[in-house]
Design a protein around this ligand. Structure first.
Ligand code: XIL
Length: 503
């Protein structure tokens, strides 16, 4: 498997920072699981806390600061406050190790069996199913109210030899039986299934990967699999899952086009899994978030399903931060799973890609992820100074005029575009005086509309979209700038940016 990410991904500029403290829209979805309902409840509570605190601060005449909600101390709890889950891959044969289990139970609220639900593990010979090892993981999770991701039903790898030697007719029957038996066994217990895994080639072709399924059943095997899956367990979210699809590139665009086609034809698909195996050959790219946005705009949920980022120290921490911020900035990004509890048992152990080291100590990457999930708070509330200031200020602070006395400018750039849409960013810059709020009108090109916008608030009236600062990025010092970004569907023509105002 080591060669899988070896294909070159062209070097891109480092990611620009994204805001950590956007108040997120909770995904509105039908058929929620208990875990999802808990997550939604916690989100509502967190919003109430944030709003309550902001109100109290306003009354006291203080400046509202980010990160005033109570910081959670575990990944799972912090993600829950953001309306997400935080999971890990779990290996059944490690469940007897105390440190492993303690870390798993303390930090995570979702699990994915790392190998135990793959075809070779579940149906090593035709018609003979062995659910025992995966059952142990599912039961461990259920007993602790963790959710379970099912991984994976149809994949070219870890596929027993007998499958590849079947005729087309027999293979179709075998695929139908496998999906049916496996999903029936855990019916109602799996939050999301990776129905099909890694069906596309790496590189620039955007073509399907050769596999017994592709080669014998034809391109339609993916939708056949999704339709069977839906009929067996309608409560499970059905995902397509792949790697090297984390930025905008030929492979991710091929997957994007497939999902778009499925949505337009009513083929059942609920989510896209982005594995997120990052290393120097497959770095975290600047368009990570934009790529998630374009998928979300198709009407599917996003999950980061196998996240691991090789490296160490602050560089690794910064990459994790970018990825988690990217997910949090996309309201349909519903959860993150890291591909293992500890570096010791990672499939890429030498790259130390996980959040806990081989001794189960929290790495800088852990702290970075927890801080991002806690809304960007890097330190707990500080203790008040022990000595009060001796000299009272001689002049009372003046109230700045509404919006500050300054002016602002707004400039647009396209971040990425694809057939029928694009992602763009507007940079808002204060003039020679500080400002405290800003408004930017956009006129959308004919036929185009914004499907999501982040780092600002917006209202739409016909083709005019009025964008105003969020509560945390309205104040800009003289010459300082901030950005907001958005996804547009319906064409590639850029919007006209009107005059930035501070009133
Ligand atoms: C890996 C497991 O982590 C290893 O233990 C196993 O030997 C090979 O598979 N993409 C996937 C995962 O979808 O199932 C793979 O897991 C990693 C790449």
């Amino acid at each position: 498997m080591a060669e899988k990410n070896a294909s070159k991904v062209s070097a891109r500029a480092p990611s620009k920072p994204t805001a950590a403290c956007t108040i997120l829209t909770t995904p509105q979805r039908k058929g929620r699981t208990t875990m999802e309902m808990q997550v939604l409840w916690h989100t509502a509570m967190r919003k109430a806390v944030v709003l309550g605190t902001a109100g109290a601060m306003a009354l006291g005449g203080m400046v509202a600061m980010a990160g005033t909600a109570e910081a959670a101390t575990t990944l799972g709890a912090a993600a829950t406050q953001q309306g997400r889950y935080f999971g890990t891959a779990v290996a059944n044969n490690r469940l007897s190790e105390t440190d492993y289990v303690n870390t798993l139970n303390t930090e995570f609220n979702s699990v994915t069996p790392e190998n135990e639900m793959k075809w070779d593990a579940l149906e090593p010979s035709r018609g003979s199913f062995n659910f025992a090892n995966a059952d142990k993981i599912v039961n461990h999770a259920k007993a602790r109210n963790m959710q379970v991701r099912g991984h994976t039903l149809v994949w070219h790898s870890q596929l027993p030899g007998w499958v590849g030697s079947l005729s087309a007719d027999e293979l179709r029957k075998a695929m139908t039986t496998h999906i049916t038996e496996v999903m029936t066994h855990w019916k109602g217990q799996i939050a999301a299934w990776d129905v099909v895994n890694e069906a596309y080639q790496d590189g620039s072709s955007g073509a399907r990967r050769s596999s017994p399924f592709q080669d014998k059943l034809g391109a339609g095997y993916i939708e056949e699999a999704f339709k069977i899956a839906r009929s067996v367990d309608p409560a499970a979210k059905l995902c397509y899952n792949d790697y090297n699809t984390d930025g905008v590139n030929a492979k991710s665009t091929a997957v994007y086009n497939m999902v778009k086609d499925f949505k337009s034809r009513g083929v059942p698909i609920d989510c896209v899994g982005f594995q997120g195996h990052f290393n120097s050959n497959s770095p975290v790219t600047a368009d990570f978030q934009q790529n998630l946005e374009r998928f979300a705009a198709l009407g599917v949920d996003i999950q980061l399903t196998e996240l691991d980022i090789e490296g160490s120290g602050s560089e690794q921490a910064a990459n994790y931060e970018k990825v988690v911020k990217g997910c949090l900035a996309v309201s349909r990004c519903t959860g993150i799973t890291v591909w293992g509890v500890t570096d010791k048992y990672s499939w890429r152990s030498s790259g130390t890609p996980l959040l806990f080291d081989g001794s189960y100590q929290k790495k800088p990457a852990y702290t970075a992820v927890l801080n991002v999930l806690n809304g960007g708070t890097t330190t707990p509330p500080t203790t008040p100074p022990t000595t009060p200031p001796t000299t009272p200020p001689t002049t009372p602070p003046t109230t700045p005029p509404p919006g500050g006395s300054g002016s602002c400018t707004a400039t647009f750039k396209t971040d990425s575009s694809w057939s029928g849409g694009y992602n763009g960013t507007v940079t808002v810059k204060a003039g020679s005086s500080a400002i405290t709020r800003w408004t930017v009108p956009l006129t959308m090109a004919s036929g185009t509309s914004i499907t999501s916008l982040w780092n600002a608030t917006h209202t739409t009236s016909g083709s005019t979209v009025t964008v105003k600062n969020s509560n945390w990025n309205g104040s800009l010092a003289a010459g300082a700038s901030t950005t907001f970004s958005f996804t547009v569907n319906g064409g590639n023509t850029a919007p006209t940016v009107g005059t930035c105002s501070t009133s």
